[in-house]
Design a protein around this ligand. Structure first.
Ligand code: GLU
Length: 496
């Protein structure tokens, strides 16, 4: 079903004010999926008009995050389309033109108030009922603007380049209604809106003006963005109306909540060990497919039991109808689960290739054959690729100590004797494969009349320094004959 009678054109419109956070990537993803689903166009627009908050590295960071997650855009920086440039800072003349149109048609006005005058207004007009008066229909007639000053004075002020802004003239009493594709009918009282600044004194537009002008000019059919922008929408609706334009359809995505409730702030995230920025997920070794799959479910569900989706499958299944309006809790365990699933799907060769840099960074340089064996043994037991370097370190170097509680649990009175005998038998054997090391162990257990576990547990502890891990015979072979014997003898000596 076509979501509208216009071709689908959606945009991801980040402000380069910092690194892309996880909520931003979700917004990008939903826009991307919606575009793919409807064979539409996915646009990247850089909303860089706020020069005071501009961060130089932010755009590269956004680009890298999109590339990494596979969200290729059809139009945007470097993919110039019919509506270039895609940087708002290069489109100032356009915004200026519409600010002027709004003034000419009586929907906006010049305001000359200085910072001091604004502060004085806030102080003077504050009442108990209205402790924080804003610049709006109730207060504007007491301020210095083109609605209160005589025309010739306004002309003179403008001629002298007196610093001024352009403000939206919000109606005094009116209910502004629009349909949100996710929330249904949403209404706001105009009395609760301030006379939004549209053009700042430096001639740059604010987000609101630039956003509306661009969404119209770039023929955006659906605005899909985070819930934090919902309260801006009534102002935008007023601007569309004043300019005689049909607004795009609006869809505001649910808030991302902390596992402990409430909006997930950077602070909460840090406290809970939840990475905030996409770059952190990349650095922490998450699989792009896993993060994408996880984010798709952070607000949307397919209405079926299926949990694992490729990007193409998501695009096929996605619809705004199945995006919920209420906040969704961020569940790090769920992300880990997704990541495990994707790690398991890799071929061993792929895992080897992905693990190599982590292993190297940890200071190990195993042969391809060893790394292959290790990856094969560990693939189902790790959450992230770099766990190969940390969880499985004992394949690359001798453990340097044993946990006292592990020793207590696994090292018995007969462990030293059994392990010494086992090491001797391993040393004497011609082959060192899983069948051999298993047969030798079971024979020894029979000969000594003990359960196999009496040798398996101390052997694992001696060789890996741990009480858990892959099957012990595979582990021994993975570690290699010489190292196994050395480690067993050392444990016998140290643990007695
Ligand atoms: N520049 C805004 C942001 O940083 C865009 C919001 C919107 O999509 O309208 O998220």
């Amino acid at each position: 079903m076509a979501p509208s009678d216009r071709p689908v054109r959606v945009r991801f419109a980040p402000s380069p004010t910092g690194f892309l956070h996880i909520g931003g990537l979700r917004t990008a993803l939903y826009n991307y999926l919606f575009a793919r689903k409807h064979e539409g166009t996915f646009i990247l627009r850089i909303e860089d008009t706020d020069r005071s908050r501009y961060v130089e590295e932010a755009e590269a960071d956004i680009q890298r995050a999109l590339t990494w997650s596979g969200l290729a855009y059809d139009e945007g920086p470097g993919a110039e389309g019919p509506h270039a440039p895609y940087y708002q800072s290069e489109r100032s003349a356009l915004y200026r033109r519409y600010a002027d149109t709004l003034i000419e048609e009586g929907h906006a006005y010049y305001a000359f108030d200085t910072e001091d005058e604004l502060a004085a207004m806030r102080e003077e007009l504050a009442t108990e009922a209205n402790p924080q008066p804003t610049y709006n229909a109730a207060t504007r007639m007491q301020m210095r603007n083109s609605l209160t000053l005589p025309d010739d004075e306004v002309e003179a002020l403008l001629a002298k380049d007196t610093p001024h802004v352009i403000r939206l003239k919000v109606p005094r009493r009116e209910t502004i209604q629009f349909t949100d594709e996710i929330r249904g009918t949403v209404s706001f009282e105009a009395s609760g809106l301030d006379d939004q600044v549209l053009l700042k004194s430096d001639g740059m537009p604010t987000y609101h003006l630039a956003n509306v002008v661009d969404d119209h000019h770039m023929e955006i059919s659906h605005v899909i963005r985070g819930e934090e922008w919902l309260s801006s929408t009534p102002k935008h609706i007023l601007m569309y109306r004043a300019l005689g334009w049909t607004p795009p359809k609006m869809a505001h995505l649910p808030l991302i909540l902390s596992p402990e409730g409430g909006k997930l702030s950077k602070r909460d995230a840090n406290e809970l060990g939840i990475p905030v920025y996409v770059r952190d997920y990349i650095e922490e070794g998450y699989e792009a497919e896993a993060l994408v799959n996880f984010l798709a479910f952070l607000g949307w569900n397919p209405g079926t039991e299926q949990e694992l989706f490729t990007l193409e499958e998501l695009a096929e299944a996605f619809s705004l109808d199945r995006v919920g309006a209420s906040g969704v809790q961020f569940d790090l365990d769920k992300l880990q689960w997704y990541n495990e699933q994707y790690v398991r799907k890799l071929s061993v060769e792929e895992l080897v290739a992905k693990a190599r840099p982590h292993v190297k960074a940890a200071g190990y340089d195993p042969s391809d054959e060893t790394l292959h064996t290790v990856c094969d043994l560990m693939q189902d037991r790790i959450t992230r690729v770099q766990d190969i370097a940390t969880e499985a370190f004992y394949f690359f170097e001798d453990p340097d100590s044993y946990e006292p509680k592990d020793v207590k649990k696994r090292w018995k009175d007969d462990s030293a004797d059994l392990l010494r005998m086992y090491a001797d038998r391993l040393e004497a054997a011609d082959t060192f494969d899983t069948d051999t090391v298993e047969a030798l162990l079971r024979d020894l257990a029979d000969a000594e009349d003990v359960g196999a576990g009496r040798i398996i547990h101390p052997a694992r502890l001696a060789v890996s320094g741990r009480t858990y891990g892959p099957g012990v015979f595979g582990l021994l072979v993975g570690v290699g004959k010489e190292a196994c014997i050395r480690r067993m003898r050392r444990a016998v000596e140290e643990l007695g």
